[in-house]
Design a protein around this ligand. Structure first.
Ligand SMILES: [Zn+2]
Length: 448
């Protein structure tokens, strides 16, 4: 799909991801940072309203959580870091500048390895304050300042993505990492995570010479993984047409319209100098000791990638199953899973139960152990061989469904389960949940 859209051109993408940190207080004042469903303008004070003379005091917890994200992304932490003022005027930013980081961000030069093997090149992870929220209605603009001053982390990559699947997987990995580190919820429906995609095209010749295109188009404020994909596709079509007509696309910011699934122009892209960055005079520079950083590293929770590796290599789940566990269950159920294993539960049975029977996720460990004991699971060697033969036959006879599954259509596995159920009979009817797992495992080993 993507290659057809690109024609003779090659894709170059860089990502900027913003997410809210989960802290008790806002970034520079003592207002409560839990603003979800609060009445507009009820969680505010002179600092986050940007009133003259109000002095910001940095939230140390937010600084620490940003550094945790940096460490999880293999960044170097700057021993000296500081805040800067980024100037622009907009109704949601009445003081005329946002406190952000420019010259000395908290974290620089990280990397993240994706399942595809691609290594994402992280340029920086910095901390800033979020701005207020503006609503436009009936010719008026209304502003709610509750969101103003919520600690906001920005992760910037270098233009290192060459295809859409890697770009989308990276965004998903970041969201998962934020949740597993326990530093935020990154719930896009609540506006806690926003994605910005920098997109440009180049020729094979430029790619060979490792030459970057002379322009980039930034699509702002995307709030779903699906829309990242759609925005890139829409830009490939638009930019390719311009390039084929000998026109270099304009360097600009664009928005994404969900209705048409297309990007539309916004204000033209500011150069960094337009923001007139300068050091925030009301906040002294920060300095960290090697002991402090060592301590952070030692106490860093395992990343989702490390947990997947552990479930696969130490506990013996298939890679596919381990990934699904980490993505679908979240950190608290993974802890529960590990506790059940320590109590002697079988890993494969337990993971099937937690994944496929939601009703058991919140019952006590003792009850789960009881349920597992009473489920028929052990197949005789003969049953096992018969079942494997049936599955192989089903996979061979339904190549379209297998293909669909590999392209990401997860529901086609249920079709395969149905087919396999039809081919087994009487007392040999397998448990559909275990059957599904067997099929997934077989598809998984097939893929590797
Ligand atoms: Zn405040």
């Amino acid at each position: 799909m993507e290659n057809e859209l690109l024609g003779k051109f090659k894709l170059v993408v860089g990502m900027e991801i913003h997410f809210h940190l989960k802290t008790e207080k806002k970034m520079f004042c003592s207002c409560c940072a839990d603003i979800w469903e609060k009445e507009p303008n009820t969680v505010v004070c002179p600092v986050c309203l940007g009133l003259p003379g109000a002095l910001p005091v940095p939230n140390i917890d937010a600084v620490k959580k940003t550094q945790m994200m940096g460490l999880a992304l293999d960044c170097s932490l700057n021993m000296k870091s500081r805040f800067d003022r980024k100037h622009y005027f907009y109704p949601d930013l009445p003081k005329g500048y946002q406190i952000s980081q420019y010259k000395q961000p908290l974290c620089i030069d990280g990397k993240l390895k994706l399942e595809s093997g691609t290594v994402v090149d992280i340029e920086r992870v910095h901390l800033e304050e979020d701005v207020a929220k503006s609503f436009h209605e009936e010719g008026k603009t209304l502003v709610d300042f509750n969101k103003s001053g919520i600690p906001l982390v920005e992760i910037v990559t270098r233009p290192c993505f060459r295809n859409i699947p890697d770009t989308v997987e990276y965004c998903k990995q970041i969201q998962l990492m934020v949740k597993y580190l326990g530093i935020g919820e990154a719930d896009m429906e609540k506006g806690q995570m926003r994605l910005e995609v920098n997109i440009s095209l180049r020729t094979s010749e430029q790619e060979r010479k490792d030459e970057l295109p002379k322009y980039k188009v930034e699509v702002k404020n995307i709030n779903s993984f699906k829309f990242v994909e759609k925005a890139i596709q829409s830009e490939i079509i638009r930019q390719r047409e311009l390039l084929e007509n000998g026109i270099t696309p304009m360097q600009e910011n664009r928005g994404f319209k969900e209705g048409s699934m297309k990007t539309v122009p916004q204000r033209s892209k500011e150069e960094a100098k337009d923001y007139r960055y300068f050091p925030e005079p009301d906040i002294p520079p920060m300095e960290f000791t090697p002991e402090y950083i060592k301590d952070l590293k030692t106490n860093l929770p395992p990343t989702p990638y490390m947990i997947i590796d552990k479930l696969e290599k130490e506990i013996g789940l298939s890679r596919n199953n381990a990934k699904t566990m980490v993505e679908k269950l979240g950190p608290s159920y993974i802890s529960k899973f590990e506790k059940l294993l320590r109590m002697g539960a079988d890993p494969i049975q337990t993971s099937n139960l937690l994944l496929n029977k939601k009703e058991y996720r919140n019952v006590s460990e003792e009850e789960i152990i009881e349920v597992i004991k009473n489920t028929k699971t052990a197949y005789s060697k003969m049953e096992e061989n018969e079942l494997n033969a049936v599955i192989k036959k089903v996979l061979a006879n339904n190549l379209k469904a297998v293909e669909d599954f590999k392209k990401g259509k997860e529901s086609s596995v249920m079709y395969l389960v149905g087919e396999a159920m039809r081919m087994t009979s009487g007392k040999n009817k397998p448990d559909p949940i275990q059957l599904k797992q067997k099929i997934l495992d077989m598809l998984d080993s097939d893929a590797n």
